[in-house]
Design a binder for this molecule. Structure first.
Ligand SMILES: Cc1ncc(COP(=O)(O)O)c(C=O)c1O
Length: 219
């Protein structure tokens, strides 16, 4: 079971080679290849599912978080050869398939089908990546690599930066910018998929201000 791009693990995109080998090994050994799309799925990577970025076909993949647009729901999608092994009642769950959560999931799916959200994810994701790389170039003593797909981006904080990712997240919060750490040394950017160009630009200004305050210079 693999995330196409690791979220909590530090925003680490998988590679086509790695996933192709995992697919081959699973096939050779009669194992299932399962992708965890809870964090990277539902359009966040710029494609509907993260595994599309890697051109691999999992036997099963999971989804949650954005699946219900904030209403708690989780789901598992399976290829026919695999789903046939499950019968009604095999996988009991107190809230499974409840009408409210399913209505929320359906509304999200309809919105994604009827609006070109993915183009926005790709364009705003590129804007964010370029902007973060610029800032990293100016503050190279503190900031390292910028990585990720679409609107799930990570900024690496260097080992000898003198601060942790969590501390920088706190600095950004003082500037009115909500971020979240992904492990001890990566600051994670996960804006809404409908974020506007001006909002990404504003976020970059605020992030740079937070870094500048931390290192004691003027941006
Ligand atoms: C990649 C990934 N998988 C699974 C989970 C857990 O999802 P759930 O809380 O819907 O079980 C998370 C939650 O943070 C996650 O980021």
């Amino acid at each position: 079971m693999l995330e196409p791009m690791q979220g909590e693990g530090g925003i680490k995109p998988g590679t086509r080679e790695y996933f192709a080998l995992a697919r081959d090994l699973a096939d050779a050994n009669g194992a299932l290849l399962i992708c965890d799309e809870v964090q990277v799925g539902m359009g966040r990577s710029g494609s509907l599912w993260g595994h599309e970025q890697l051109d691999v076909k999992p036997d099963v993949f999971t989804s949650a978080k954005a699946l219900g647009g904030g209403v708690p729901i989780g789901a598992m999608m399976a290829a026919k050869s695999v789903s046939d092994t499950f019968g009604p009642g095999d996988h009991a769950n107190t809230y499974g398939g409840n009408p409210l959560a399913c209505a929320a999931g359906l509304a999200v799916a309809e919105y994604l089908s009827e609006h070109d959200v993915l183009s926005n994810v790709r364009a705003r994701g590129e804007q964010l990546a370029v902007g973060l790389a610029d800032i990293a170039g100016r503050y190279f003593t503190v900031l390292g690599e910028t990585r990720g797909w679409g609107l799930l981006r990570g900024m690496v904080i260097k080992d000898d930066a003198g601060c942790t990712a969590a501390e920088l997240v706190g600095d950004a919060m003082k500037e009115g910018l909500l971020l979240v750490a992904a492990g001890p040394s990566v600051v994670r950017f996960v804006p809404p998929l409908v974020v506007k160009e001006s909002e990404v630009a504003e976020a970059l200004v605020r992030f740079e201000r937070a870094i500048a305050t931390r290192v004691g210079t003027t941006p």
